[in-house]
Design a binder for this molecule. Structure first.
Ligand code: UT7
Length: 358
């Protein structure tokens, strides 16, 4: 049988603490109207002061177990955590996840800006399809608001926190992931960065420990690359845009998402929009959007999902995932039955495909 990797289980987490546009307008020179019309964002979930990337990754894995049962984690032999905000440079956040869930697994973090979770998915696919791993726990977890300068209105209004955890393992064709598109253009590094141990970029631009972004340049790049990367991913899957049931893009700005949707010729009901509820939570954004669409019954087995993300690097990734083929039936209502208040906050009131269009 053709070895093909697919997603067989998913769990998510969004912090209980919600910050609305009006909350931000009360502390900086901005307005609900500006944020909604320029970005589609209405509110974002922000990690508590003592809540970090590892904590959110743990919560997302717990949600996965609640939804699919303990057996979904059994036999996991590799953990990858895609994040731009690891608790520590080392140990890897993935090692903390390995220990927390008692997994007999290798573990590493993956840093590729906002497309990080799609990069993790492509790495997981390669491990599984080569036979080097049997079951990969691929997580996107982000505490991006801790890197935000709350005095900089041009970035502070955009970001949020959250996490998504997925199991990637072998499924039977036609389910699973088609070959993915990965790309990077480091000449765009000055347009979006946050420092770590270095002092400056190769062009001499100084680095600080806060997010620096040239919004207009990133916007132009994003619209361009969403177009080219999605078409390339669709072609790699041997499909045309008409074959795509649902478009699940990185949630950074509704205007970027809608421009890509229109270029692909997809109707509004074929795109998932959650940016209104979460803002841009980087590596967590696509898993959260997937969970949202699943909870709304918008994804059925056999549906072809188009995934795409872009971000610092500049970098991008895209791929077509045929949903289904999993071995663990999701427990209906497991998410709603949870008495985890924060878990409830992660789904309550999330916007639909049309709500973000204001
Ligand atoms: O994962 C990747 C992460 N990054 C992105 O995806 C960002 C991509 N870029 C964008 O989404 C948009 O460029 C932004 C939402 C960041 C900005 O929207 P824009 O339509 O490109 O606005 P702009 O930067 O051209 O700024 C327009 C005006 C400026 O004032 P002037 O110069 O026209 O007087 C800004 O100073 O809006 C001002 N402005 C604000 N006003 C109120 C900038 N931020 C704010 C704010 N509230 N928060």
């Amino acid at each position: 049988m053709e070895r093909r990797a697919g997603i067989t289980a998913l769990g998510t987490y969004a912090p209980a603490n919600i910050v609305t546009n009006d909350d931000l307008a009360a502390r900086m020179d901005t307005s609900d109207e500006w944020i909604r019309t320029r970005t589609g964002i209405r509110r974002r979930h922000v990690a508590a002061d003592d809540e970090f990337t590892s904590d959110m990754a743990f919560r997302a894995v717990e949600d996965l177990v609640r939804r699919y049962g303990e057996e979904a984690l059994a036999g996991t032999d590799l953990v990858i955590v895609a994040t731009n905000t690891p608790d520590a440079l080392f140990p890897a956040t993935a090692a903390l996840v390995q220990e927390r869930f008692g997994l007999s697994a290798g573990a590493f973090d993956l840093l590729a800006a906002c497309p990080g979770w799609l990069y993790a998915l492509s790495a997981a696919k390669a491990y599984v399809e080569s036979g080097q791993a049997r079951k990969v726990l691929a997580i996107g977890s982000e505490a991006l608001t801790k890197l935000v300068d709350w005095n900089d209105r041009s970035t502070a209004v955009l970001f949020g926190d959250g996490a998504g955890a997925t199991i990637v393992e072998q499924v039977e064709a036609p389910y699973g992931l088609a070959p993915m598109v990965l790309g990077a253009d480091g000449s765009g590094a000055p347009h979006l960065h946050a420092g770590a141990v270095g002092r400056c970029l190769p062009n001499g631009e100084p680095l600080t420990d806060k997010v620096h972004m040239n919004g207009r340049e990133v916007f132009k790049f994003a619209v361009r690359v969403m177009d080219t990367a999605t078409l390339e991913a669709i072609e790699k899957a041997g499909l045309t845009p008409d074959d795509i049931e649902l478009f699940v893009p990185h949630q950074a700005n509704f205007r970027i998402i809608d421009a890509a949707r229109q270029r692909l010729g997809l109707s509004e009901d074929r795109v998932v929009v959650t940016v209104d509820e979460y803002g841009n939570n980087s590596t967590a954004s696509i898993p959260l959007a997937l969970a949202h669409a699943l909870d709304e019954g918008r994804i059925r087995d056999g549906d072809r999902l188009l995934l795409v993300a872009f971000g610092g690097g500049l970098s991008w990734a895209a791929g077509v995932l045929t949903w289904g083929g999993g071995r663990y039936p999701a427990r209906a209502g497991a998410r709603d039955a949870s008495d985890d208040a924060a878990g409830r906050a992660g789904t309550a009131g999330a916007g639909t495909g049309s709500e973000g269009s204001s």
